[in-house]
Design a protein around this ligand. Sequence first.
Ligand SMILES: [Zn+2]
Length: 252
Amino acid sequence: MSEFRSIRVTAIVLRHADWGEADRLVTLYTREQGKLRAIVKGARKITSRKAGHLEPFTHVKLQLSRGRDLFIVTQADTVEAYVALRESLVLTGYASYVVELLDRFVYEEEGANPTLFRLLADTLKRLTDKEDTWLAVRYYEMRLLDFLGFRPQLFECANCGREIKAEDQFFSFSAGGVICPRCGQGLPNLRPISLETLKYLRHFQRSSYGEAARARPGSRVQAEAENLMQGYFTYLLERELNSPGFLKRVRT
Ligand SMILES: [Zn+2]
């Protein structure tokens, strides 16, 4: 029993909120336990030494003890502060989007996913290093879809299953993939997707970050890919959040 009362985790702070008179509630994505929430006692007092380690995006090592309902942070050490993410509004915006996507799609009971933790840490690092932010965020979105079980189908028509030919296509959020021009005639709520953007997304889906970085898409492809991915995430969030089917799928 006693060995479970205190645990040590490596975590990234997703967000925090005021809690009670002087405390703070932090939402964490930990490498060892997945998502969890913990109380930082006295975090809003000026003298708090833990508070500084627990700003959003910070990569930390924490000692947690199990309270009655929630964990309590008993020790905090910063691994990476990612200071740059707080010094530029643009980078703060990107980093906020990255942690919010994870926060909204991942549930506390799901348990650990060290690969997802690695992806989150790598993405924040890429943003901090001011690498191509468009690339860093799109790569994160594509990998996140894989982990969540929503990997878009880009090689066969998501309606008839036929192989996609080299021509402009449609994309269906509800079918989760590309729809061939023939099926596209009769289906509602489709987005057009150009052959060029489709090729790029296919490459992206099968590539490591280094390989993905070597392709240099033009601004039209960048805008189309970004709109498509954001539309897909918005659709998934609106339809799937809080639904039992979604919970079941993300757990398997
Ligand atoms: Zn088809």
